[in-house]
Structure formats: C-alpha cells, structure tokens
Design a protein around this ligand. Structure first.
Ligand SMILES: Nc1ncnc2c1ncn2[C@@H]1O[C@H](COP(=O)(O)OP(=O)(O)OP(=O)(O)O)[C@@H](O)[C@H]1O
Ligand SMILES: C[C@@](O)(CCO)CC(=O)[O-]
Ligand SMILES: [Mg+2]
Length: 389
C-alpha cells in the first residue's frame, strides 16, 4: 500500500506573531510544496526473532541527502506503550517527548543540521501515533527553503499527516486516479494532527500555518478559526529570501518574553495588528472595476504592510538583512514586510498590477546583486492533495 501527498507553503500578509496572542492574521498558500511518498511494508512473520527484527521504519529526507532508519525492535523498546488511534489527534506527553528526543539524539545529527531534530521528532510522533509500530518507508522532498518563513514546518507536518492518514482507517477517501482532495472532516483531522506536529517543532504555534497549508486559498485566522477570503483581483508578491537562517520556536518565545516584560504596551501592539489584519482582509475582498480602483486598493495594502512591518520591528523580530531588503525595495517606492517568524528568512514585496516589468527586473537585479534570492510564487492556490498513483 502506498500513497503520495503534497501540501503548500504559505505567506503571511499580516498578523504573524500577534496571531499567537489572539490577533487576526491573513495568510495565503503559495505554489511551493512539500512532497511525501509513503509505503506501508508487509509486517514481518510473527516467528521472526526479536533481534532479526520486525522490520524498520525509514525516513528519507531527499533534499538533505539523509536517511534515518529505526529498527521496530528499538522503537518497541523505547516507547513503553503505543496505542495508535488515528481518528483521535492528541498532544505528545512529556514522557514520550523525552523518548522522541532520545531516539533522535541516537542519530547523532551533525551540529550544522541540528534544526532537523525537531522535524524528525514530529515525524516519529505522527507516525507512531497514527500507525503504531508497522514497518514503512517515507520519502520527503520540498520545494520550500527550510526555516525561512514560508511555512516549511507546517507543510512538512500536513503532507506527512495526510499521507499517514490516507493509509489508515480514519479517513474515507476513495483511491481514484490523479491528485485528490480530502472531504471536510478528513481535512479537519489532517489539520488537527499537523497542529500536534507543529507543536513539537514550534513550541507554541497559533495553527495558522498548518491551517492554510491544509485548506489552501487565502484565509483570515483568529484563535483557531479560519475564514476563507477571496481576493477581488490577483495579488502579485515578490518573495525575497535573505538566506539568514532562524528558528520560529525561538522567535515566538522571544515575543512572548517581551510581552511578559511590557504587557500593556505589547497588548496595544497586538490590538493594532488585529486592526491591520481586519482592514487588510476587507481591502483584499473589496471589488475593483478599473485601473484606478485597483491602484487605490494596492496603495491601501502597501500602507498596511508598512504599518505591520513597523509593529513587527516593535516586537523585536526584524533583522539587519530584512532592513536591507526594505531599503532596496523602498528605493523603487515598493512596500515590503517580513513574512513568517522574521529574524531573517523571507520578505514580501507587493508588485502593483501596473508596475512596469522593467522595474520589477531592476529590483530583482539589485536584490540578487545584494546576495538575496528572489522567488516568484502564485498566491492563494491549492491546499493539501493526495494521490494513490
Ligand atoms: N522537508 C523537511 N524535511 C525535514 N524537516 C523539515 C522539512 N521542512 C521543515 N522541516 C522542519 O521544520 C524546521 C523549520 O521550521 P520553522 O518553523 O523554524 O521554519 P518555517 O516553517 O520554514 O518558517 P515559518 O514557521 O516562519 O513559516 C526545520 O528545521 C525542520 O526541523
Ligand atoms: C510567527 C508565527 O505567527 C507565524 C509563523 O509562520 C507563528 C505562529 O503563528 O504559529
Ligand atoms: Mg514553521
């Protein structure tokens, strides 16, 4: 039995970090995906001795050129008890978190790649919670830069949860040809499991990244609730990767610490972001009839992006590399803001509909000459899909 899945990354147009503290945020899927191939292998005959093993669980991270493999006998020994219940998403207990850490530490991941540990722990948690201790092979590859603000961790958790659930008895999808989408209740189940995986990677996620990766399109999100929104005109965004690595868990924790040191000031910042996100979604959905109304709408979005960036700076999550990108795009009168957790990672720049291609080429040229990497991505596309072919 085998299945493939793919789940998109995302951009956050407004509201990152504040969303963790209850504010509204606006996010959209982008057409860069994490791809998963999952094959359940036949169980070894029960007569096999414990040492010859009952087979193994293999995780092949293609882009990293690294394969992790656990003999099932080792997993059985490490976890005192595992009762997989795929239909019932639940948080990883403190004891099992320690077991996961031990299993990952045994792999001696080199320091330069230590960031992978949390992803591998999330994988092991999702696998053992959904399938228990069955032999299997899982292959992951990604179009997304890891740890750059484009939701690589969420698309990793969503694509893995979806593939695992598709071969469990908890989902009701028919194995037809081509790429398929789950029904509403199966999507909800995938989203809940992915959130549990994100918790292992992020510590305290709001759930916005896994939600937009699961459902796709453009959404507003507040306190776990999503509302689908539709842009009245396509939004063109340039994504610039500063290539400065950072870690969402540490940045989210840093904002929370600042909020506990300055509760009143930070509460006002979060309220201001909430207003910006609400206004942003209203503007995005407002109808346009001609070039004048499109330009007016884009100018409002630009202003809101600039205001949001100022507040992100206030939260302490901007970075010299982000400021360098802002300075370059500002020279061309373009508005930008960081996207995702900040601290490096990616910056979004709105490319107005009437902006000449020659200007776009010049900005990209200058950004790339500055050592940054520009990506053009379609905004607001598909969510999670699976295929049995
Ligand atoms: N394809 C992948 N293979 C293995 N691990 C992955 C993969 N994609 C993401 N991860 C895990 O997610 C971590 C990056 O998550 P992090 O939340 O810090 O960044 P992000 O999700 O790219 O950005 P943001 O959360 O700001 O959108 C990696 O260090 C790794 O542990
Ligand atoms: C920084 C953050 O707001 C978005 C990361 O893409 C974290 C979260 O919401 O989980
Ligand atoms: Mg993440």
């Amino acid at each position: 039995m085998e299945v493939r899945s793919r789940a998109p990354g995302k951009i956050i147009l407004a509201g990152e970090h504040a969303v963790v503290h209850g504010s509204t945020a606006v996010a959209a899927a982008i057409d860069l995906y994490t791809h998963v191939f999952f094959r359940l292998l036949p169980a070894a005959p029960s007569s096999s001795s414990p040492d010859s093993g009952d087979g193994s669980l293999e995780l092949d991270l293609k882009d990293m050129n690294v394969v992790f493999s656990w003999p099932l006998s080792r997993l059985k020994e490490a976890f005192q008890e595992i009762t997989p219940i795929p239909s019932s998403p639940r948080s990883c207990s403190r004891e099992n978190m320690e077991v996961l850490q031990m299993l990952v530490e045994e792999k001696n991941i080199p320091e330069a790649r230590i960031g992978l540990s949390s992803g591998v722990s999330a994988f092991l948690y999702l696998y053992t919670s959904i399938h228990g201790l069955k032999p299997a092979k899982v292959v992951v590859s990604s179009d997304l830069p890891l740890g750059s603000g484009l939701g690589s961790s969420a698309s990793f958790c969503v694509s893995i949860s979806a593939a695992l659930l598709a071969l469990s008895d908890a989902t009701a999808i028919e194995s037809k040809s081509g790429w398929l989408t789950f029904g509403e209740s199966d999507l909800e189940l995938v989203n809940k499991w992915s959130f549990e995986g994100e918790k292992i990677i992020h510590g305290k996620p709001s759930g916005i990244d896994n939600t937009v990766s699961t459902y796709g399109n453009m959404i507003t999100f507040r306190l776990g609730e999503l509302t689908r929104i539709k842009s009245a005109a396509p939004l063109k965004m340039l994504i610039t990767n500063t290539k400065v690595g950072r870690n969402t868990k540490a940045l989210v924790a840093g904002v929370s610490e600042r909020a506990s040191r300055h509760p009143d000031a930070m509460a006002s910042v979060f309220t201001a972001v909430d207003c910006i996100s609400k206004e942003m979604s209203t503007v995005i959905e407002s109808p346009v009839s001609d070039d004048i109304s499109i330009t007016a709408k884009e100018e409002k979005i630009e202003e809101l992006m600039e205001m949001n960036q100022g507040l992100l700076q206030c939260m302490g999550v901007s970075h010299a590399s982000i400021e360098a990108v802002l300075r370059i795009t500002f020279k061309y009168k373009l508005a930008s803001k960081l996207t995702g957790a900040g601290g490096g990672g990616c910056v979004l720049t709105l490319l107005p509909t009437l902006l000449a291609n020659t200007v776009v080429d010049k900005v990209i040229g200058e950004l790339e000459a500055g050592g940054f990497q520009c990506l053009k991505a379609q905004v607001g596309g598909k969510g999670l899909e699976i295929s049995f072919e």
